[in-house]
Write a protein that binds this ligand. Structure first.
Ligand code: DX5
Ligand code: ZN
Length: 219
């Protein structure tokens, strides 16, 4: 069955510990962690110190989404901080293969992400080397944006490719996910749906339960 990955970008950082406990108790397994550098994307979020400190309290799978220029420079640091999976953007790397090779040196899942304007064709040389592909449903950089519907075609295309050719990569979808569009996102082939605003705005437990219900109905 597909799963939900709450994105802490939309959390209330003055109550981050309590909010993570609610997430953990809701039966969620994956936590999506957005790192932004003010270069690859206009915004700056947080980095290793925050990840390191929540790692001490939280048993969830840490799905670290690096929206940073030349992430090859920081792979070891994010692994040491507690990442279980690292997602890099192909658009942010001068040498994607070298960045995958750097991730392969550590016990961490390797994932590639593509922006809304980037075609899935760019992923072709790497499909047999990676654990996951993150399809962005919005321009990376901010939570609370509206999903760009055309990006779902890429999920469908990747799902078809992996079925036809026997690849085992998972497909994650990130940006603009809500209760109304989640069913279609899952039906197109998404294994992990990231949701920031849809989880953290209002009552977290109710939001997670509602979103999980949609996933169960669509899977
Ligand atoms: C956007 C981030 C997303 C963001 C999603 O650049 O990668 O993970 O937190 O937020 P929502 O679900 O509000 O679109
Ligand atoms: Zn993200």
């Amino acid at each position: 069955m597909s799963e939900l990955a709450p994105s802490i970008l939309s959390a209330d950082f003055t109550h981050l510990g309590e909010q993570l406990q609610l997430i953990e108790h809701s039966g969620t397994k994956v936590l999506h962690i957005d790192v932004m550098d003010g270069m690859f994307v206009p915004s700056i979020s947080f980095g290793m110190p925050v990840i390191r400190s929540i790692r001490k309290e939280c048993g969830l799978f840490f799905d670290v989404h690096l929206m940073i220029q030349e992430p090859v420079r920081y792979i070891k640091e994010f692994v040491d901080a507690g990442a279980d999976s690292i997602t890099i953007h192909v658009e942010a790397c001068e040498d994607v293969q070298a960045t995958i090779d750097a991730m392969a040196q550590y016990p961490v899942k390797k994932a590639l992400s593509i922006n809304p304007a980037t075609s899935i064709d760019i992923l072709e040389p790497y499909l047999d080397q990676i654990d996951m592909i993150l399809v962005m449903g919005v321009e990376p950089g901010f939570g609370g944006q509206k999903l760009i519907t055309e990006t779902l075609e890429k999920v469908k295309g990747l799902d078809q490719i992996r079925k036809e050719r026997g690849y085992s990569f998972k497909i994650e979808f990130d940006g603009g996910v809500n209760r109304e569009n989640l069913k279609e996102i899952i039906k197109n082939g998404t294994d992990i749906a990231v949701a920031g605003t849809a989880v953290f705005r209002g009552k977290i437990e109710e939001n997670v339960r509602d979103l999980q219900e949609v996933i169960a109905g669509a899977s």
